[in-house]
Design a protein around this ligand. Sequence first.
Ligand SMILES: *Cc1c(COP(=O)(O)O)cnc(C)c1O
Ligand SMILES: [Zn+2]
Length: 400
Amino acid sequence: MLTLLETATRLAQLHCAACHQTYSPHMLQSVSPCCQQPLLAEYSLQEPLSRVDGIQPTENSMWRYQQLLPLQNAAHRVTLGEGWTPLLLLPRLGAQYGLRSLLLKDEGQNPTGSFKARGLSMAISKAKELGVTGCIIPTAGNAGVAMAAYCARAGMRAVVVMPRHTPNAFKEECYWYGAEVHLVDGLINDCAALVRQLNADNALLDVSTLKEPYRLEGKKTMGYELAEQLNWQLPDVLLYPAGGGTGLIGIWKAFQEMRALGWLAADVKLPRMVAVQAATCCPLIETLAGHQANCHAYVGQATIANGLAVPRPLGEALMLRVLRESGGTAVSITDEQMLEGMRELARQEGLFVAPEGAAVWMAARQLLASGWLQPHEQVVLLNTGSAQKYLENVMGRFQD
Ligand SMILES: *Cc1c(COP(=O)(O)O)cnc(C)c1O
Ligand SMILES: [Zn+2]
């Protein structure tokens, strides 16, 4: 019998993304010992679970899908109300550009102002369940703020390593949560090097993107929400601003899980997934174009979309697989274009989106102009964050 607080999670095991070797979900894990690749959480999806039984309708957060999430005991939940964000129609922009159905999922409304809240709520909850007392993270900004907030809420020590050029609002918020902040000259991969040094004794849990299995599980809830909000239909095209890629990989994972559960009818087509990157840091595009075998030696530059300055994502192969399996593509957008997108979304729709979200809108415009995207198709833009903490990057640029 389950005690009252146990959540009947369907979590079964973890497997290596490269070779499928399996590992226990009941102990702390990092990357797979076999291939040093991400570990993916696997659930028992064969036993029937209806949508009615599988969703807690009164839970207005990502935790409404708790049976498809990895936490064993709800008492370990570290939550600030993340997820269940609105899926907004953009009627004015849609009409202006001739798009029949243009929607935006607004992740800027999450605690700490970005979708990083989902992943860090999940990772810190699971860490708490497994007895962790402190965490460390290399970050471009938002992930560090989210980790600092959830660690504070969990009573854990937090160490955040971010580029020195990150807007001060990100650093300041980390300080308020009581985190220890280290600044590095460089990008997130340089921060990762300092994390390895600071955590040489492994005293802290390293919650770097895809180096522990559970941030991905938080991010995948965007896929579940999208399906539920569209009444178990899916859009034709979904555009996502890809840095480390957890959202892209996680949403696609959610679609596969919902398929296996029978939550998506057989005739529901999965969307073509688009990865949007910054022109100054677009490793995926370089790999897809055949300019490099992979991103291992890619050198990127800073962008006003701090979250996209990820030159060497560990999840590159997984991201490329999503693009291939979905018939998707990758697009790069300049900082100037992002500013234009921010102006349009702000003036036409009242949305003050992060440069990453604006990039996604500009990518949709580009794909529409090229004919890859058709006017009758339903398009979902994933806006990953609010512009609030990026003011230093965009100050005064409301006019061109
Ligand atoms: C981190 C971040 C991204 C990129 O997310 P990944 O999961 O690393 O692909 C995009 N937008 C914002 C606002 C972010 O903070
Ligand atoms: Zn392996």
